[in-house]
Design a protein around this ligand. Sequence first.
Ligand SMILES: Nc1nc2c(c(=O)[nH]1)N[C@H]1C(S)=C(S)[C@@H](COP(=O)(O)OP(=O)(O)OC[C@H]3O[C@@H](n4cnc5c(=O)[nH]c(N)nc54)[C@H](O)[C@@H]3O)O[C@H]1N2
Ligand SMILES: Nc1nc2c(c(=O)[nH]1)N[C@H]1C(S)=C(S)[C@@H](COP(=O)(O)OP(=O)(O)OC[C@H]3O[C@@H](n4cnc5c(=O)[nH]c(N)nc54)[C@H](O)[C@@H]3O)O[C@H]1N2
Ligand code: SF4
Ligand SMILES: [Mo]
Length: 903
Amino acid sequence: MSEAVRTTCPYCGVGCGVLASVDADGTTRVAGDPAHASNLGRLCVKGSALGDTVGPEGRLLHPVLRGQDGVAQRATWDEAIQRVADGFSRIVAEHGPDAVAFYVSGQLLTEDYYVVNKLAKGYLGTANIDTNSRLCMSSAVAGHKRAFGEDVVPGCYEDLEQAELVVLVGSNTAWCHPVLFQRVTAAREGRDGPRVVVIDPRFTATCEGADLHLPIRPGTDVRLFNGLLSFLFRHGVIDPDFIDAHTAGFDQALAAAEAESGDPAMVARQCGLQTADVVAFYRLFARHEKVVTLFSQGVNQSTSGTDKVNAIINCHLATARIGRPGMGPFSITGQPNAMGGREVGGLSNMLAAHLELGEPAHRDIVQAFWQSPHIAGTPGLKAVELFDAVGEGRIKALWIMATNPAVSLPDADKVRAALARCELVVCSDIVERTDTNAYAHVLLPALGWGEKDGTVTSSERRISRQRPFLPAPGEARADWRAVCEVAKRMGFERGFEFAHPHEIFVEHAQLTAFRNREPLADGVPAARRQLQLGPLAKLDRRAYDALAPVQWPVTEQGAGTPRLFADGRFSHADGRARFVTTASRAPAHAADREYPLVLNTGRIRDQWHTMTRTARSPRLNNHIGEPFVDMHPHDALRSGVREGSLARVVSRWGSMVARVRHGGGILAGTVFAPIHWSDQFASDARVGGVVNPAVDPVSGEPEFKHTPVRVEPFPVRWYGFALARRPLPASMLSYWTLIRGDRFLRYELAHRERPAEIEAWAKAWLGVTDDQADWLAFEDLDTGVYRAVHLREGRIESCLFLAAQPHLPSRQWLASLFARDRLDEADRLALLSGEAPGGGGDPGPVVCSCFGVGRNTILEVIRRNELDLPAQITAELRAGGNCGSCIPELRRLIAETRAASEA
Ligand SMILES: Nc1nc2c(c(=O)[nH]1)N[C@H]1C(S)=C(S)[C@@H](COP(=O)(O)OP(=O)(O)OC[C@H]3O[C@@H](n4cnc5c(=O)[nH]c(N)nc54)[C@H](O)[C@@H]3O)O[C@H]1N2
Ligand SMILES: Nc1nc2c(c(=O)[nH]1)N[C@H]1C(S)=C(S)[C@@H](COP(=O)(O)OP(=O)(O)OC[C@H]3O[C@@H](n4cnc5c(=O)[nH]c(N)nc54)[C@H](O)[C@@H]3O)O[C@H]1N2
Ligand code: SF4
Ligand SMILES: [Mo]
């Protein structure tokens, strides 16, 4: 086994430290790094499964060029770089710099991000570089800038443990930031652990064990927090000395909040809540000095997202609960390097080092430092408008890096049409087949996690190294290298001569210190920034390689800073924070007769975004193996659909098909669908095609959480599933979804017509051509049930189950047969009867992915042994004993069992 390398998890913004090593047989092993301050040795389920997601399968291994004729061909790097450089140069020469654009990602390393931003803004002279952070954190960025004068998260993770009250707003922390959630849960097990309030229209896993859940009407958070500001004022909880000395704008913000939301009963009505719950929340907030308000996409992804952020910050400023241990507003970032991207100015309205693109004095600073031929003069287009410009032909060349916009942008069908008409689409990715890559003229293979080398910054401003421990697969190269080579080929020899990410990092660190704190002319926002990495500019290559995780700003001695604003001095020119007057307003599109339900979208526990990596791990695919639409039973009834059946979700922008589910803790009038499925994994389950493209007027962040839809039946004649060792021709069916299991692929299926000759059809579809094949089949004409199994030399090759109804036998037991070399007689009989031998119970859908423990198994032991703690389940079944990501679900199963036995 190789020596363990210290690196950082490539998924969420918690930024957990990982120890990675490679066994003699090539297997990658990962463990939480006990020395990393983010996770102290913990990893969630996605982090624990990282070893399953590396390896060459499905990777993009060499550059590809697609010609005029649409034919894709392998190319050398030299040819690919030339094609990109020529294309960009020609279009800039003919149409000006704003006819080209870059769309990049919070999953790039800081060094990659730095050079692509430098190329666009400093050398091509366009600010048309935006990032998927626009879809993610841009409301928080805009809110921070309005309130603090700079995009900074003031607190640190320890604050969540030291708090007396943690308010989670629009955050499914248990599933999306599991290690942080576990830190809060662990702190609650101590005597003085924090109370927890969750504000989310859904009763999510995060709500399990919370002290209070407010199932807020979607989009009404501004009103709730305006009401809180008013309540705090009326109950004398504000801090007038702090307000006088360190802030501006309080009176107006308060007056507006008072006028709009002075009465908790009215707030409760507007937010769809019980008055008693609203008052209980306000009292908890008032009573506890140490409050952290942590927020995520339920806040940011809204047309009032920026106002939501400021309404929250207003309450913290009014009570001076900021900059001290255990308190503060806390924007938790999604992607591993959302923060690093913001540091280097990856958004189209920002410059590197937290300088403002719209500010001439700031542009001078950056251009002087770069000594670059240009500096973009006006803010560029934000993601949604950027793709509109591509669609209208104003942008003619687009380089997409480490993001999958054909899936993840709102109104995604329009995005596809835009890509299809763009003259030059360049995609840098690690996998070969994505929905976006299908539109590329040039595909550039990138290094992925385990191979790439550089830094990322977590939600608490902690810079950590990602270090390589695997060789580059095929011809893949680091993203920064591809950018630098294109830049040089375009004639920018100076400025991109980097030989190693260390050199880029040093330049970035120098820029954060360059003319930082220098007074500028009157009336110009000072370039005084908290972002200060100057001391890290002195790192030599070895020190950079050995860099221990550190929170910026970094002191002269190289120490980090856990908290900002302790001195009450903010980054606005006058040093004062701003209250922002926020007025609540409705989401852009309201439900109506035609589209009576509101679609909310978000994440599931075991998948990451468009599944290009997590779907390679069999154990991550079992928790939720199929796209779904979660509905309240009343809405399902009204829409004519049933649990388990298929439904089409239709909006004014597009539609998708998924399986109806209840039990997601959803409010009547709303439905929820996960964001993860693309055309690679399902026939028609891209939620991005349904979502409306309205954006927040300040931040440009899309309203992903609120689209009016209707749900209608998706009529089919049969439902089924198939497990097979090799891919099947699923695309000929009306509905299919695909997941990878251990040694098999699993398809969920449905079709509008039942084949006339079912046996012949099944054989042809499963690819059984050989007459000698061991073929077991069973058909019940009365019930329409059909089962077939194909064996070769006693080993199962594939099986197919069809029925007129969606309720089919357990996939779990069938899946386990693929691990065996020979099936015995009992198994064969069982296969035909469609039940495990001896009726040996269906373990049910997987709850604990680490140990593959199913829901039914867990329910059974809870009942049999009358268990009432998750730890007791762990003792019996191991479930919950590794990463702990399923503990909230174990809690729920205990509660459900108790409720059922009391009923
Ligand atoms: N497992 C997993 N973890 C991830 C990711 C992943 O893909 N998978 N992605 C990462 C990324 S990039 C991000 S950005 C984060 C996102 O992390 P989260 O923001 O926690 O995740 P979401 O599921 O998008 O949405 C959070 C919640 O907002 C609620 N919500 C919807 N509308 C409203 C509203 O009007 N008000 C309030 N208060 N709440 C509302 C939704 O019901 C949902 O439960 O997760 C990160 N972590
Ligand atoms: N409806 C709806 N839509 C949403 C959201 C929502 O809540 N609802 N959330 C939004 C948010 S917060 C986010 S962050 C986005 C995420 O959406 P995307 O960024 O589109 O999703 P990913 O699947 O993470 O795409 C990353 C791509 O980069 C590739 N990749 C991985 N590592 C590397 C690398 O090192 N280099 C390169 N070049 N490529 C790499 C992956 O294979 C993958 O194709 O989705 C947004 N869209
Ligand atoms: S919480 Fe999970 S996904 Fe997030 S960084 Fe840690 S291990 Fe990775
Ligand atoms: Mo995100």
